[in-house]
Design a protein around this ligand. Structure first.
Ligand code: UDP
Ligand code: MG
Length: 320
């Protein structure tokens, strides 16, 4: 009989004390029915509650539960990557700690992986208990990304996914600082397929994403995968400059051949404000990219681990 495959499950966790145990139990129950073993890697992203203690208690009772503890909050994208770097399974599943990603579809994901798909992503169908505004902004964001050519995936693709170890190795090898997990996995290629799921309500606690964080993530997602905004600001500037030419000619004509040359200060103000606006937008977009270059050039480690439980290497831990 062939050996059972090891599946790593990576869970970024930030103040999720109420969700750790229910998630663990759901995973154990799910794998009871599957011909696979698992390791469950919780990546603590600087939680201030009892999350870490809860994971350690589970680890003491069941060595399949493992912990990577980051030295502070690095954001969930970094937590995911820290987890991927420590995952040793033949395939790796990334899922949220709050049970919004149903463990019941893991069996189906593994089936598709065994059929030969290196990536099995999931598409969120409808979400109970998610505000109208959040749903609207999230779908507008997916649409914008598609327009900008940053992705070709359908809207509502979530971070909940299974990846073959080959794909994980490739992603871990990408050392860029501004990361948008979904797009990076898409960029890697191979055979990818999606399955739908219905997201449940958060089991316990509140969402860790404020709107400012979400806007930041959206900016990263766009600027890391597309330089179209840079080109767009060139176009806008060009159109603005050209459209001002007839007006300028007219102003010169009025000045030279008529007596009304004092008039028109209001239109000058309008023109100045318009151009000022265009310039500020362009500068802002340029600044976003320059800032990113600066971040990359510094070449700092992507994250720092303060401790690990049940895992061998600690690639980014500080020297003793
Ligand atoms: N998370 C994290 N670091 C953060 C914010 C969130 O590791 O700074 C984790 C969080 O614990 C959860 C996942 O990322 O497991 C998704 O976060 P959340 O459920 O708050 O986001 P939402 O589902 O509301 O988009
Ligand atoms: Mg959630």
């Amino acid at each position: 009989m062939e050996e059972a495959e090891l599946i790593s499950i990576v869970v970024p966790m930030y103040n999720e004390e109420g969700n750790v145990r229910p998630l663990y139990e759901a995973i154990v129950k799910e794998f009871d029915e599957l011909w696979c073993t698992f390791e469950l890697i919780f990546v603590d992203d600087g939680s201030r509650d009892e999350s870490v203690a809860t994971v350690k208690t589970l680890h003491d009772a069941d060595s399949r539960v493992k912990l990577v503890r980051l030295s502070r909050n690095f954001g969930c994208q970094m937590a995911i990557f820290a987890g991927l770097e420590h995952a040793t399974g033949h395939a790796v599943i990334v899922m949220d700690a709050d049970l919004q990603h149903p463990p019941e579809i893991i069996g189906r994901m593994i089936e598709l992986w065994k059929e030969g798909f290196e990536v099995v992503y999931t598409i969120r169908e409808e979400t109970e208990g998610i505000g109208f505004f959040k749903r609207l902004t999230s779908s507008a964001f997916s649409r914008l990304q598609r327009r900008l050519g940053a992705t070709t995936l359908e809207p509502n693709v979530s971070d909940y996914r299974l990846m073959d170890q080959r794909v994980v190795k490739l992603i871990v090898a990408m050392r860029e600082r501004k990361r948008f997990f979904r797009s990076m996995v898409e960029w890697v290629g191979f055979r990818q397929t999606g399955i739908p799921f219905v997201a449940a309500e958060r089991f316990s606690g509140n969402t860790k994403y404020s709107y400012t964080k979400l806007i930041g993530l959206a900016l990263d997602a766009v600027t890391s995968f597309s330089t179209l905004p840079l080109r767009l600001c060139t176009y806008v500037g060009f159109i603005a400059a050209v459209s001002v030419v007839p007006y300028a000619l007219w102003a010169i004509y009025v000045r030279l051949f008529t007596e009304d040359s004092v008039h028109g200060w209001s239109s000058i103000i309008v023109a100045v404000l318009f151009l000022g606006g265009v310039q500020l937008i362009s500068l802002g977009i340029l600044g976003e990219y320059v800032g990113r270059i600066y971040e990359e050039v510094k070449g700092r480690p992507l994250y720092i681990t303060s401790e690990t439980c049940g895992l061998c290497d600690s690639t980014n831990s500080p020297p003793d």
